[in-house]
Design a binder for this molecule. Structure first.
Ligand code: SF4
Ligand code: SF4
Length: 165
């Protein structure tokens, strides 16, 4: 059952997110995937591309559930998701900072070291972050991945970036 806000505005609310936030033991380990895919749709690339069997869909209409005993945050599923609905979060990037790895299909791409504006699910600015990795190889299938630093308490808030001209 998804929230009224999700149905009305297409943006998850706290009740939706409570269902998919990784458990503390997984966040403590390092990078892990978060699948913000809330409705039952016939789709499964996240599952078929995961080499660790961390997303098992018995039925193609099932919602993806991450097995946090298997997921190592490799990011492979992030580029493969046609809905741009998967992110990798790393609460332990450094003592003070976390990172969010997100799919980014806009131009210009930021470069490693750039400071970008971080955005929430509504596209509203919530801060600034430093780009620490840009993945844009053939494995990314023209969906580049940007890894950006965020405050530790923002790993479930930052979901996009804006590159300043
Ligand atoms: S991040 Fe890697 S290990 Fe985790 S679910 Fe995605 S593809 Fe599988
Ligand atoms: S690939 Fe993306 S849209 Fe498709 S089931 Fe997985 S998370 Fe959902």
């Amino acid at each position: 059952m998804v929230s009224q806000r999700l149905l009305r505005e297409g943006v998850a609310d706290e009740t939706d997110l409570k269902e998919i936030i990784p458990p503390d033991y997984a966040l403590d380990k390092g990078p892990v995937a978060v699948a913000e895919c809330f409705q039952e749709i016939p789709c499964n690339p996240c599952s078929t591309y995961c080499r660790r069997g961390a997303i098992v869909l018995e039925n193609i209409n099932d919602r993806p559930i991450i097995d946090y005993d298997r997921c190592n945050g490799c990011t492979l599923c992030v580029s493969k998701c046609p809905g741009l609905a998967i992110f990798v979060i790393n609460k332990n990037f450094s003592e003070d900072e976390a990172t969010v790895t997100l799919p980014y299909e806009f131009l210009p791409l930021p470069k490693k070291g750039d400071v970008v504006i971080t955005l929430d699910r509504y596209g509203s600015p919530v801060g600034k972050g430093k780009v620490v990795r840009v993945q844009n190889t053939r494995y990314n299938d023209k969906t580049p991945l940007i890894t950006v630093t965020v405050p530790k308490d923002m790993i479930m808030n930052v979901r996009n970036i804006k590159v300043e001209a």
